[in-house]
Design a binder for this molecule. Structure first.
Ligand code: PGA
Length: 254
């Protein structure tokens, strides 16, 4: 039995006023069964503390970083290390988001390093992978996704601390969601790969979540697919509909 995982990636969105309202009107109104569902939100590093201060004391929602340094503490201007995240009480970091890969030049090697250093510091990782439109059109979806997954797998010592996020780049922020069947096809192949290259037990236990234009309109259909264990939500995590997306865990059958 896997627990549904739903993440809200706020990206570089939100100011003090927005966060104040969003915490009150959406995040602090989320109700879910902690034994069946896990929810994280990822504000900018600047707003981590403010967001945390507004979270209801008894809230089960956890706060994640959107990124982590590939290096340790030291002379790395602008970076936040995994050790610092851990020290700050953060349990999660998003690693390898496609925006980091395409806009900030993060290679598979860098994503691997970030995964490794996070796990070494006991920070759990939401590891993102996904193909671009031209890669899908030239039938390279699995080749791309598996090479990205392999770079993560090589650096993963403890799979219970990894959530794999399949996020087709063409579906991120575009309003074009992968159909439930398209997403399931990739999720199924990713799980098969983990089963043969890592272990059957890990493949059964690891959460593989989907990201890319998830909304309250499509979450219920996506979550009923056999290998979709939750979502990484961008735009819709900043809106009221995030509550309905979280509620979709009730339709999860695994
Ligand atoms: P989106 O972003 O939901 O706005 O498409 C998803 C993501 O980038 O994680």
């Amino acid at each position: 039995m896997r627990k549904v995982f739903i993440g809200g990636n706020w990206k570089s969105n939100g100011d003090v006023n927005f966060i104040k309202n969003h915490m009150k009107s959406v995040i602090n109104t989320l109700t879910f069964d902690k034994t069946k569902c896990e929810v994280i939100i990822a504000p900018t590093n600047l707003h981590l503390e403010y967001t945390r201060s507004l979270l209801d004391k008894d809230s089960a929602v956890e706060i994640s970083a959107q990124n982590v340094s590939a290096y340790g503490d030291g002379a790395y201007t602008g970076e936040v290390s995994a050790k610092q995240l851990r020290d700050y009480g953060l349990n999660w970091a998003i690693v390898g988001h496609s925006e980091r890969r395409s806009l900030f030049g993060e290679s598979n090697e860098v994503v691997g390093k970030k995964t490794k250093i996070s796990l070494e510091n006991n920070v759990k990782v939401i590891a993102c992978i996904g193909e671009k439109l031209e890669e899908r059109e030239s039938k390279k979806t699995m080749e791309v996704c598996l090479s990205q997954l392999e770079a993560i797998a090589k650096n993963t010592s403890d799979w219970s601390k990894i959530v794999v996020a399949y996020e087709p780049v063409w579906a991120i922020g575009t309003g074009k969601t992968a159909s439930p069947q398209q997403a399931q096809e990739v999720h199924g192949e990713l799980r098969n790969w983990i089963s043969s290259k890592v272990s059957k037990d890990v493949a059964k236990a690891v959460r593989i979540i989907y990201g890319g234009s998830v909304t309250e309109q499509n979450a219920n259909d996506l979550i009923t697919q056999a290998d979709i264990d939750g979502f990484l939500v961008g735009g819709a995590s900043l809106k009221k509909g995030f509550k309905d997306i979280v509620d979709s865990y009730k339709n999860y059958k695994i």
